[in-house]
Design a protein around this ligand. Structure first.
Ligand SMILES: N[C@@H](CCC(=O)N[C@@H](CS)C(=O)NCC(=O)O)C(=O)O
Length: 223
């Protein structure tokens, strides 16, 4: 159980990143204190030796609890925060329900979001001459592929409620909102996902989600 003596975590993030958004929301939901440090993706700071020592893949975020090894991978971080501070839960108590929530979260955070990261863009640009228009088409394709599959599940599975699983927000909602947040930043639109739009609109009425929005972070452009 966490106490008021819990030392603040250090979170290495960047304003627009979807994976950092996930961790920000979870920390806020659980009321865990955090100091956020900016790793400027536009300046390539994720490749600096100092950051690579924390996160060898050069991905953001990384969470550090003082005195412990850095934790990378947003889903691993969410699981760690769940164990650190179980209330309010990000996962349901029943094992099949937990598997469903983790499965939805994985569709978004593991199978959709990584395909549109800067390192993928950089590689495609350098090795295949991918221009801006082709990159937009790539983003739209992979966001659409992931979100349509998630929509199909959310719209047809009985466990879907006000949120992705029942009527309490959890890990799948965090991942869903994180993907829509970065799509908004890149102005990518995917049509015909009404269940997703309904759930994310509800998430945005909650302070931890609203405060984690990319545009509200230090370093975000004014417009
Ligand atoms: N699977 C990782 C993905 C981390 C990741 O790729 N983050 C992006 C920002 S959302 C990043 O740092 N990209 C840097 C790059 O691609 O060079 C996680 O969920 O933490």
């Amino acid at each position: 159980m966490t106490t008021s003596a819990t030392p603040a975590f250090d979170l290495y993030g960047f304003w627009r990143t979807s994976a950092t958004y996930r961790v920000r929301v979870a920390l806020a939901m659980k009321g865990l204190p955090v100091h956020e440090h900016i790793v400027n993706l536009d300046a390539g700071e994720q490749h600096s030796p100092v950051y690579r020592a924390l996160n060898p893949l050069g991905g953001i975020p990384t969470l550090v609890e003082p005195g412990h090894a850095p934790i990378t991978q947003s889903l691993a971080i969410l699981e760690f925060l769940e164990e650190t501070q179980p209330e309010p839960p990000l996962l349901p108590s029943e094992r099949h329900a937990r598997a469903r929530v983790r499965s939805l979260a994985g569709m978004l955070a593991a199978d959709t979001h990584p395909l549109i990261t800067p390192r993928v863009r950089k590689y495609l640009n350098a090795s295949h001459g991918l221009d801006d228009a082709a990159w937009r088409a790539w983003q739209t394709h992979w966001f659409g592929t992931g979100l349509r599959a998630v929509e199909q599940r959310l719209a047809s599975e009985a466990e879907t409620g006000v949120f992705c699983h029942g009527d309490q927000p959890g890990m799948a909602d965090i991942c869903l909102a994180s993907v829509l947040a970065v799509m908004q930043v890149f102005q990518i639109e995917v049509r015909d996902i009404p269940t997703i739009e309904r759930i994310v609109a509800r998430c945005q009425t909650l302070a931890p989600f609203a405060r984690a929005h990319p545009r509200r972070q230090p370093g975000a452009p004014a417009a």
